[in-house]
Design a protein around this ligand. Structure first.
Ligand code: TXA
Ligand code: MG
Length: 327
């Protein structure tokens, strides 16, 4: 894990948040673009910086579960058990919002996403600040989430004055999202905390398979996409595709599971799902910046341990494809 280049100045960050500024905030999943969740103007600045449509709600980050009653009217026994089991940690719960949550945070919905992040810098800021911090991933709308302070600087050159450097994010992909706002708990976004671990605490949960069709409306925002077209293929098909495209003179790079696919140039990430996830977004950024015409990513094993990575890669492929169609 890369150490932070500069020790984070927590008091300066908290003063900026109190003024209504937006800051770059490290979490254990990805970096967030954080602002005072109770300040409508500050939250609007997040949307403007990201170029994010107003109907895509933000997650409110809180210091611990004792803050739940401020933000939700529905801190149900299930929610409290999950908070007890997984907070601080990479689990976001969708719960009925309280009247104190501004509309701008929830996109006008009657629910709010809440999470207590497991990162010393994020927790220090939250404790000192006292309130909740609305924070989406610190990338421009539809792009790859940042996993280092340098990535955040790349995304918003000159646009964000304070970017706290908390080193490389340990997990590297966004939190698991579980919707507890209706009768049936449902996973909306897979992440490090698996359905099986959640079920061990609260019993059966549904999994929203609709997100596996990334063109469905409402899932558009989560493309996590590089600018270069991206295809996900099993190893043998990928090696063949790389050879054929190379023979046509196309600049192609590959991303392999465990090793770089034969006969190609590119990167490899470790064979275990958690280490792969940790390095995924930095690898995609690096490949995207290397002047290729096509990125070929090896399809990870069909195994629940790889659910979250599969999900992000599918969306990246769909996003890159969508981009390809645009002028
Ligand atoms: O790991 C994470 O969750 C990171 C870090 C910074 O905490 N945050 C993050 O936020 O990924 P964002 O905004 O990039 O993704 C949050 C997702 C969006 O797809 C949003 O639509 C969904 O959560 N979401 C937020 N509030 C919701 C709600 N009330 N109902 C349904 N979905 C919601
Ligand atoms: Mg995001």
């Amino acid at each position: 894990m890369a150490a932070p280049q500069t020790p984070p100045d927590i008091p300066a960050a908290v003063a900026a948040l109190r003024r209504g500024d937006v800051i770059g905030l490290p979490t254990e999943t990805v970096y967030g673009l954080a602002a005072d969740a109770g300040n409508v103007e500050a939250v609007r600045r997040i949307f403007a910086l990201k170029g994010r449509p107003a109907d895509h709600p933000l997650i409110v980050h809180i210091a611990d579960a004792s803050n739940l009653p401020h933000w939700t009217t529905g801190a149900s026994p299930l929610a409290l058990r999950l908070a007890e089991a997984f907070w601080p940690g990479p689990l976001t719960m969708i719960l009925p919002r309280s009247a104190r949550v501004p509309d701008v945070v929830t996109g006008g919905q009657d629910t709010v996403g809440l999470r207590c992040p497991d990162h010393p810098v994020a927790l220090a800021v939250l404790r000192e600040f006292g309130g909740g911090l609305a924070a989406p991933s610190a990338n421009r709308f539809g792009r790859i989430s940042p996993t280092s302070a340098a990535h955040v600087r790349e995304e918003f050159p000159g646009g964000v004055d304070i970017i706290l450097d908390g080193g490389d994010c340990e997990i590297g992909i966004e939190s698991t999202i579980i919707d507890l706002s209706s009768g049936e708990p449902r996973i909306l976004r897979p992440g490090r905390i698996s359905a099986a671990r959640i079920e061990a605490v609260i019993g059966p949960v549904a999994q929203d398979r609709s997100e596996h069709s990334p063109r469905a409306s409402g899932t558009l925002e989560a493309h996590y996409a590089p600018r270069t077209p991206l295809l996900m293929l099993p190893r043998a098909a990928l090696e063949k595709e790389a050879r054929e495209q190379g023979a046509l003179g196309k600049r192609v790079a590959t991303l392999g599971v465990g090793t770089i696919p034969r006969g190609s140039s590119g990167l490899a990430l470790p064979e275990d799902a958690e280490s792969f996830a940790h390095g995924l977004y930095a690898a995609l950024r690096q490949l995207d910046a290397s002047g290729q015409q096509l990125l070929l990513v090896e399809r990870p094993p069909e195994d629940p341990a790889w659910d979250a990575v599969q999900d992000r890669l599918r969306r990246a492929a769909a996003g890159a494809e969508a981009d390809d169609d645009s002028p």
